[in-house]
Ligand binder design. Structure first.
Ligand SMILES: *[C@@H]1O[C@H](CO)[C@@H](O)[C@H](O)[C@H]1NC(C)=O
Ligand SMILES: *[C@@H]1O[C@H](CO)[C@@H](O)[C@H](O)[C@H]1NC(C)=O
Ligand SMILES: *[C@@H]1O[C@H](CO)[C@@H](O)[C@H](O)[C@H]1NC(C)=O
Ligand SMILES: *[C@@H]1O[C@H](CO)[C@@H](O)[C@H](O)[C@H]1NC(C)=O
Ligand SMILES: *[C@@H]1O[C@H](CO)[C@@H](O)[C@H](O)[C@H]1NC(C)=O
Ligand SMILES: *[C@@H]1O[C@H](CO)[C@@H](O)[C@H](O)[C@H]1NC(C)=O
Ligand SMILES: *[C@@H]1O[C@H](CO)[C@@H](O)[C@H](O)[C@H]1NC(C)=O
Length: 458
């Protein structure tokens, strides 16, 4: 063996890595092999080893693990068939086996087993194939039949309904080693569309041409399918089916109608379910709307109630305020010692300086004026003392716009007189005690007092 530097490097690496065997299959037959009774078969296994590896033994075994027989061995470079295979087997290539005059009994599993040794390590490599032996045309009943699939079939690749012609039925256990050829009524030649479940199929697309369709096995392939060539002579094996284009069109139309019907039904179902979905969505929306409306109404009610409460509060406050306005009463005098006098001046207002009572604070101490907060009936009392030795004097109750309405008098001898008046006042009317005539000096302290009270508001 000629070794290139690359092979040497690979080999050295293999040793370093502890890879002992460099055994390698260089050819393995297909796992399914066909032959015919009386014919031969070659199982051309081939392998290679490297220089350091020696082949100890090659064995060929027929059968499976439960029931197997040895066909032949090679030991010490000598091919030794077992007795049953004595005249029928040869050693071909380095791992291959040639078997002739095969019979149906030879059908089955063949395994080659190669035992090698390298640096004292033994290893075994195996490969198996299955041989099927045919006896006569490898079809059911040894005849070829062609027929039309009565049902139209949906073809995904062309997205349409098609008619299929079926040619078979073959007895190959795996993928066949032959093919068939089709001829159309127009004389065209076509290959099969596909092979499946022991039949070759030809699909016919619309518009289907009516007439005779033939499925035939090419003459040169007849030996491969175990046809008895002497009985077929120069003739090929073929079968013909008449395709009625009207009937085909009818079945295609029926299939299409069925599809349309199915689609219609599907879309109707989709429509119906969509309608249900929409109805449900609508109901949900209505419910939501209703809830929102109810919530809104509730909110409005709450707001109304609050407004009502506020209104009530305001009204209550108003009532309180009104009541307060109606609590009107005052009594004023002087904060001074006995004997103190004052000169009020001509037409002067008596300026009291001590509040006894001032409900509502409607008597203004800094002006000496009472202002009526509401219209109503009031009662006033003015008491005034004129000191001894002073000239005669008159003091009165004065209402703005109406003049003096009541008078006191006194003089010379500590006369204390009083006057009173029940008056109807309008809101804002001002009332005061003032000098009216004569002397202007009055006795202060408790001796001059002025009182007013609201008896009854209007
Ligand atoms: C063929 O025989 C081998 C070895 O006995 C076994 O491993 C394999 O499973 C068999 N194959 C079949 C298809 O029986
Ligand atoms: C089709 O084949 C039948 C017999 O298989 C034959 O009678 C008929 O004439 C053929 N038709 C055509 C158009 O070749
Ligand atoms: C093959 O056909 C010939 C002629 O029809 C016949 O004599 C012979 O027996 C057939 N052989 C087999 C194996 O069927
Ligand atoms: C087979 O065909 C060839 C030429 O096509 C012809 O010479 C021969 O006679 C034919 N044999 C038979 C048995 O029909
Ligand atoms: C909306 O609510 C009212 C009462 O709150 C009820 O009577 C009515 O049926 C509801 N409507 C919907 C569409 O839910
Ligand atoms: C408001 O006042 C009226 C009468 O004074 C009373 O009937 C009503 O209950 C009050 N409302 C509230 C919210 O207080
Ligand atoms: C009393 O009158 C004076 C002068 O007009 C004024 O400034 C003051 O606000 C009044 N007091 C009250 C409590 O009305």
């Amino acid at each position: 063996m000629l070794k290139s530097p690359l092979v040497t490097v690979l080999f050295v690496e293999a040793v370093l890595l502890g890879v002992v065997s460099c055994f390698e299959w260089t050819f393995q037959p297909d796992t399914m092999v066909y032959s015919c009774t009386g014919k031969q078969v070659t199982l051309p296994w081939e392998f290679k080893t490297d220089d350091e590896e020696s082949v100890l033994q090659i064995s060929w075994i027929f059968g499976d693990v439960f029931d197997s027989v040895l066909v032949a061995t090679v030991s010490f470079d000598t091919f030794v068939p077992t007795e049953a295979y004595l005249q029928r087997v040869h050693h071909v290539t380095n791992g291959g086996l040639y078997l002739r005059d095969v019979t149906m009994k030879d059908s089955g599993n063949y395994t080659v087993e190669v035992n090698t040794e390298k640096h004292g390590t033994l290893s075994t490599s195996r490969h198996s194939v299955f041989l099927q032996v045919g006896d006569g045309l490898m079809t059911q009943g040894n005849e070829l039949k062609v027929k039309q699939d009565p049902r139209a079939l949906w073809d995904d690749s062309t997205a349409q309904w098609v008619i299929r012609l079926i040619c078979g039925t073959f007895t190959f256990m795996g993928q066949p080693n032959i093919h068939v050829i089709w001829t159309t009524p127009e004389g065209e030649t076509r290959s099969s569309t596909y092979y499946e479940d022991n039949n070759f199929y030809l699909t016919l697309l619309s518009p289907v041409e009516g007439g005779n369709y033939t499925c035939l096995i090419p003459i040169h392939l007849l030996p491969d399918i175990c046809a008895n060539t002497s009985s077929h002579g120069n003739e090929t094996v073929s079968a013909t089916v008449g395709v009625d284009d009207l009937r085909v069109r009818l079945s295609l139309i029926e299939a299409e109608q069925k599809t349309l019907g199915d689609r219609l039904r599907e879309s109707e179902e989709t429509c119906a379910s969509e309608t249900i979905r929409l109805k449900e969505a609508n109901t949900d929306l209505l419910k939501l709307l209703n809830e929102t409306r109810i919530m809104h109404d509730q909110e409005q009610e709450t707001v109304y109630a609050e407004i009502q409460t506020l209104r009530n509060v305001t009204q209550n406050q108003q009532v309180l305020l009104d009541n307060q306005k109606k609590q009107v009463a005052f009594t004023v005098r002087f904060d001074s010692v006995n004997g103190a006098t004052m000169n009020v001046g001509r037409s002067g207002t008596i300026m009291f300086d001590f509040e006894v009572t001032n409900r509502g604070n409607y008597f203004n101490m800094s002006t000496g004026i009472f202002t009526a907060p509401v219209a109503g009936t009031y009662f006033f009392v003015l008491g005034a003392m004129i000191p001894k030795g002073q000239p005669y004097a008159e003091m009165g109750i004065h209402v703005s716009g109406k003049g003096v309405l009541a008078l006191t008098h006194g003089g010379q001898n500590y006369i204390r007189d009083q006057t009173h008046a029940a008056l109807h006042l309008n809101e804002g009317d001002q009332v005061k005690a003032k000098h009216c005539w004569g002397g202007t000096v009055i006795e202060k302290y408790f001796w001059t007092t002025f009182s007013g009270v609201l008896l009854q508001p209007d």
